[in-house]
Design a protein. Sequence first.
Length: 142
Amino acid sequence: MSDALDWNATTIAEFRANEGRVGGNFAGAPMVLVHHRGRKSGREYVTPTMYLPHDTEPDVIYIFATKAGAPTNPDWYRNLTAAGDGSVERGTETYTVTVRELTGAERDRVYAEQARRYPGFAEYARQTVGVRTIPVLELRRM
């Protein structure tokens, strides 16, 4: 098993065992498990990721396709945007979501807020300057 897959499996197990909370580098951070289907394979995947809650709408969260500052977008991003929907585990609840990619000033505002709260996101943005703009997805409960 690759390091990334091993990390994902460990994080997923910890998330589920602790009602949506994980420790280590992500202790105290808001986390969700994003369920998505491979756009080519049709296989189901689960990806742990941090999220930013919407300021006023509890049924909306934002996730960030940082891939830890890599030069390419993660597969889960391509899967979600191709499908237009998916589901999330948030705390002890699982529900379906619609997916909308943010653009322009809206995207920039949401990403800036995440980077303000979690400076690692600012570093990911610095690593990708001139290479790609890190996508921000809005997940809205269906």
